[in-house]
Design a protein around this ligand. Sequence first.
Ligand code: ATP
Ligand code: MG
Length: 348
Amino acid sequence: MNLDLLPLQGRRTLYRWQHGQLHDHLRALLPQWREHALTITSQDLDSNASFVNYVRHHQVTDPCTGQTVELVEKSIRKVAFLGSQEARFYRHPDMLSASTQFQYPACIGVIETPWESLIFTDFVRGKPPRMLGIAPQLARGIAEQEALSQGYLSQQPAHKAPLFWSMDFYRPWFALRPRFNFARCLPQLERLGLHDERFSGLAEQFKAFTPLLARLGRAARSSPKCISHMDYLQKNLFVDKGQLLLIDWSEVKVGRVGFDGGAYLGALFRRKEMPMFLKAKQQFVDAYRQALPEQFDPEEALRNLHYMFLLNALFHCLRPETIAEYQEKQRMPMLRQKYDYLLGLIGH
Ligand SMILES: Nc1ncnc2c1ncn2[C@@H]1O[C@H](COP(=O)(O)OP(=O)(O)OP(=O)(O)O)[C@@H](O)[C@H]1O
Ligand SMILES: [Mg+2]
């Protein structure tokens, strides 16, 4: 659907007190359909995120033109009537509209009920990208996304402040999540070291990351704020005619410049072998440095990148599920190699 042709009131958040029918939601969001009966074919899409009830692909026959309109509906469960981060993000459709690097499926609108947020976006098509190969392109996209959102956030009126405050990375409801607390995995590593001598004594060494992360976290906190997507996985990206399309804002935060690069590199580190990771990291950092606009200090951005990389990489490599997976596949030497790499970063 070409959303430039949509009346402005088509892109908005509507509030409902009750669960409603899809037809009614679409007619409410797209006023040109208000008087018409709709023919819709729907199919569930794969989705794993916690709090997501379902993600659905709908094909609607446009009653005005007879053409098929394809859209995606994502239902996110509310906790204590609180709306999701993703729905909050979509209240700002103009924030990234000047983007030239990434493309984003347009948001048709959001329906909020006391129990769920329903997010309607354009359905997009493309190939899954090669996550190592796109490092430079991703770096340029992230630099632009950070610059656009930093500009947008810094111009927000005071009454919008509570919304962005609640999305800030440093709020306790994010900071206390297990994925940002690697230290709770260390007792299992200690136990592993008792019967596998390749891993003995490592838990003790990893403890040195606690003060280092605290220092990096404090430094990042006062650096420029921007929107951070935080979830650069293959399933959240499409390539279409050389352009990268980014979806799935379920991990979005008001982060700090550099965080997204660290999130991407953390995910790569988890999945790829060391030589390939190191090559992609170099390419990413080079392209990111070059693309970062003057409003940011590159050293500060790279320090924040390092912080987010460590948070992600430490948690993913140390958690018991990862250790079990490497044991099962008899790849413990590779895990030890990753640990050595991380331990080598202490003091950097
Ligand atoms: N706008 C879209 N166009 C095309 N496909 C989409 C779109 N939005 C979502 N999808 C498909 O649906 C899947 C799930 O959507 P999404 O990533 O938003 O949900 P999620 O619950 O956060 O999923 P997960 O945790 O598995 O990443 C995507 O991986 C993608 O294949
Ligand atoms: Mg996803």
